[in-house]
Design a protein around this ligand. Structure first.
Ligand code: FAD
Length: 347
C-alpha cells in the first residue's frame, strides 16, 4: 500500500538489507523530463520545462551551480549593471528553477541506459531516475596544471577563460600557459586588452593552426617563452585576499629557474567535456563533445537533448549555455507532446 502511494507520487522505494544489517533505501524517481547538470544550461532548461508544466527532475552532480561557482566577478551575464559573484548568480538560478516547480536532487549519475525509452539513470546514491526525455547539461571542465597556487588563486588572478576574465586585465601584464589552439586564441584575445601577453609553452613550437600562429607572431605586445615549465603561481599576500603576482618558471633545457611578474595568469591547456557516462551510446566528436543537429539541441537519440558546454567547444559562456538550455527544454516539450499524441518519430 505504502509502495503504491509512493509510486503514485512518481517514486518507488526499494528496501534491501546489507550484510551489516544496515537498511539501504533505493528510490526510483519517475518524471517526464530528467535534466542532468546544475549549471546555467541545466537550470535554464529546468525553468522553461517547469513553466511548461513538465515537472522536471534535475540531478545536480558533484558541482551544484557548475563552473561559475569557482569564479568571482561575472560581468558579462546580461541583466546586471554591476559585476555579480559567480556562486551568487548560480544560487539565484537554482532558486528560480525550484520556484518554478523543478525538483532538484543532490546526486551524481554513475550509469545510464539510453538504448530504450524510458531512459534509466542510476545515481551514486543507488537511486534510479526514469524519464521519457532527457536533457544532458553536464558541462565541461577546464584542464588545470595541478601546480601550487593555481587552485588557491582561482578567481584571484588565475583564470581558464580569457573571454570571461580578460576585461579585468586591461592595460596589465598577463601570462597564458599552453601551446595549442586554445592558448593561441586566448593570447590573441588578451593582446587586444592587456599591456603585454607572455605565452609560456613547454615545447619549442606551437601546435595551433598556422594562421593563428602568424597572427600571434605579428602582435607587438606578445612574447613567447619556449621550453619553459610553469612550476608555481606566486601570491601577493599583502592585501585582504591573496592575489597572483607572478609565476615560478624553469627552463626545460637548462634547468634554470626564474620568476615572471604578471597580474593575471590564464591556463589554456584545453577542456574535457563531462561525457564519459554517455560514451558508446550517443554520437560524439573526436574530442568527446556530444554532437547536436545544427541549430538545435537534438542528439543522435530521439528524446535526448544536449545543452551547454557539453556540446559547445567554441563559445563556452554562461549565456550561451543558458540559451541552449532554453532550446533543449522547448524541444523536449515538443518531443513529449508528440510522444503523448502517439507519433514520437515525428518530433
Ligand atoms: C574560472 C571560470 C570563469 C568563468 N567565467 C565566466 C564568466 O565570467 N562569464 C561567462 O559567461 N562564463 C564564464 N565561464 C564559463 C561558464 O562557467 C560556462 O560556460 C558555463 O558554466 C557552462 O554551463 P553548463 O551548464 O553547460 O555546464 P557547467 O557549468 O559546467 O555545469 C555542469 C553541471 O553538470 C553537473 N554534472 C556533471 N557530471 C554529472 C553527473 N555525472 N551527474 C549529474 N550531474 C553532473 C555538474 O555537477 C554541474 O552542475 C567561466 C568558466 C570558468 C571555469
Amino acid at each position: 500500500m505504502a509502495r503504491q502511494r509512493l509510486a503514485r507520487k512518481g517514486r518507488l522505494a526499494d528496501i534491501s538489507k546489507t550484510n551489516t544489517g544496515v537498511q539501504i533505501v533505493a528510490e526510483t524517481f519517475q518524471s517526464k523530463l530528467l535534466i542532468l547538470g546544475a549549471g546555467p544550461a541545466g537550470y535554464t532548461a529546468a525553468i522553461y520545462a517547469a513553466r511548461a508544466g513538465l515537472s522536471p527532475l534535475l540531478v545536480a552532480g558533484m558541482q551544484p551551480g557548475g563552473q561559475l561557482t569557482i569564479t568571482t566577478d561575472v560581468e558579462n551575464y546580461p541583466g546586471f549593471a554591476e559585476a555579480v559573484q559567480g556562486p551568487w548568480l548560480m544560487d539565484q538560478m537554482a532558486a528560480q528553477a525550484t520556484h518554478c516547480g523543478t525538483k532538484v536532487v543532490q546526486d551524481v549519475i554513475t550509469s545510464i541506459d539510453l538504448s530504450r525509452r524510458p531512459f534509466r539513470a542510476v545515481g551514486d546514491s543507488g537511486d534510479v531516475y526514469v524519464a521519457d526525455a532527457l536533457v544532458i547539461a553536464t558541462g565541461a571542465q577546464a584542464r588545470w596544471l595541478g601546480i601550487p597556487g593555481e587552485k588557491e588563486l582561482g578567481g584571484f588572478g588565475v583564470s581558464a577563460c580569457a573571454t570571461c576574465d580578460g576585461f579585468f586585465y586591461r592595460g596589465k601584464d598577463v601570462a597564458v600557459i599552453g601551446g595549442g589552439n586554445s592558448a593561441t586564441e586566448e593570447a590573441l584575445y588578451l593582446s587586444n586588452l592587456a599591456r603585454h601577453v607572455t605565452l609560456i609553452h613547454r615545447r619549442d613550437s606551437l601546435r595551433s593552426e598556422k594562421i593563428l600562429q602568424q597572427r600571434l607572431f605579428a602582435k607587438p605586445n606578445v612574447s613567447i617563452m619556449w621550453n619553459t615549465l610553469t612550476e608555481e603561481v606566486l601570491a601577493d599576500t599583502s592585501g585582504r585576499m591573496p592575489v597572483a603576482r607572478g609565476l615560478a618558471l624553469r627552463d626545460r633545457l637548462t634547468g634554470e629557474a626564474r620568476e615572471l611578474k604578471v597580474d593575471g595568469v590564464f591556463v589554456a591547456i584545453g577542456h574535457s567535456p563531462a561525457t564519459a557516462l554517455f560514451q558508446g551510446q550517443i554520437a560524439m566528436d573526436a574530442e568527446f563533445y556530444i554532437e547536436t543537429t545544427p541549430g538545435s539541441t537534438r542528439t543522435s537519440i530521439p528524446g535526448v537533448f544536449a545543452a551547454g558546454d557539453v556540446q559547445d567547444k567554441i563559445y563556452r559562456q554562461a549565456v550561451t549555455a543558458a540559451g541552449t538550455g532554453c532550446m533543449a527544454a522547448l524541444e523536449a516539450e515538443k518531443y513529449l507532446a508528440a510522444l503523448e499524441a502517439g507519433h514520437a518519430a515525428a518530433a
